[in-house]
Design a protein around this ligand. Structure first.
Ligand SMILES: [Zn+2]
Length: 192
């Protein structure tokens, strides 16, 4: 999947989880950082791809990207597995605990969860593509939905651009429209 589909999928999952399990209170700083962390999480698994937007936007990203590509075992390997989720979950939590003293109005647990939701949505979306996802590494089997490879989506092609992305958009419109009052009251009562 392309980065923009991944970002839309990440923010969609964040929105749904936020509504299903509203938090008691959260600061505006937490909300903003959670959205940012969620979008970053949505494209993080593709840092194993030298051409990923993650690297393309950095000045020396192309070269650093190549090093990461080798380190992480090539595209759709470690970062696209439960083991990778655990490693990145651990590292990102450690990083958040480290920076917490300079931003103590931020609930780092919520920011961390938003980041992880982004990563999880990435793996789920990639599972729909032809390449599949090696969820159970080190068991080197790539899983896909549907199981028959020919029925799965090719990244950046017709199905993704004209079906998956618009469907996600429509889902968001319907979702926010259907829960408008509920979301409004959560925003009023829980964001401080
Ligand atoms: Zn990916």
């Amino acid at each position: 999947m392309t980065a923009r589909t991944h970002d839309l999928a990440a923010i969609t999952l964040l929105g749904v989880v936020f509504l299903v399990r509203p938090v008691q209170t959260l600061t505006l700083a937490t909300a903003i950082l959670a959205i940012l962390a969620n979008l970053i999480g949505g494209i993080t698994p593709d840092i194993d791809q030298p051409t990923a937007p993650f690297w393309r936007n950095l000045p020396v990203g192309k070269y650093v990207g190549k090093v990461f590509d080798k380190l992480l075992g090539g595209h759709r390997f470690l970062t696209h597995s439960i083991l990778g989720l655990a490693l990145f979950g651990f590292a990102s939590h450690w990083l958040l605990v480290f920076v917490h003293p300079i931003m103590h109005t931020v609930n780092i647990d919520l920011v961390w969860r938003a980041f992880m939701l982004g990563m999880i949505s990435h793996l789920v979306m990639d599972t729909l593509t032809k390449e599949g996802v090696p969820w159970l590494l080190p068991i080197p089997i790539k899983f896909g939905i549907p199981p028959f490879r020919g029925l799965r989506i090719t990244t950046g092609k017709y199905m993704e651009t004209w079906v998956v992305f618009p469907l996600l958009l429509i889902f968001n419109i319907v979702f926010y429209y259907a829960h408008y009052q509920q979301i409004l009251s959560i925003l009023h009562r829980h964001i401080i």
